[in-house]
Design a protein around this ligand. Sequence first.
Ligand SMILES: [Zn+2]
Length: 121
Amino acid sequence: MNNNPEIPLEELTEKLLRTNLKLDKWLDKSQDKLDDLQEKYAPRTEFNRWRNSQEGQEWKKQKYRQQNKLCPICKETITNLKGSHIDHIKPLVPYSYLALDTNNMQVTHAECNKSKGRKID
Ligand SMILES: [Zn+2]
């Protein structure tokens, strides 16, 4: 009366174990990919945190004054500090170790920073 062909329990158990093994491997690979991604984005995340901190804000104001309110890229005046960007002179990729090095930072127009490509500081 049973429509399903009988599958021996041993066979079923083995299938289950094999599936479980595949799942474990897949999870391992996913974790590796996640680790890679986190490593890649960590410098930017750290920089963003610093930029939004009191220290970062103060640094930006000071740097702005030091630069005589001039954008080092186009040499024109930055009229509004609020819309300006902190540019990494040497880009985060591949210079991730310079992410929080203020010697590697300058205040620029948002547009000038973007025109350097792939950067959105
Ligand atoms: Zn500019």
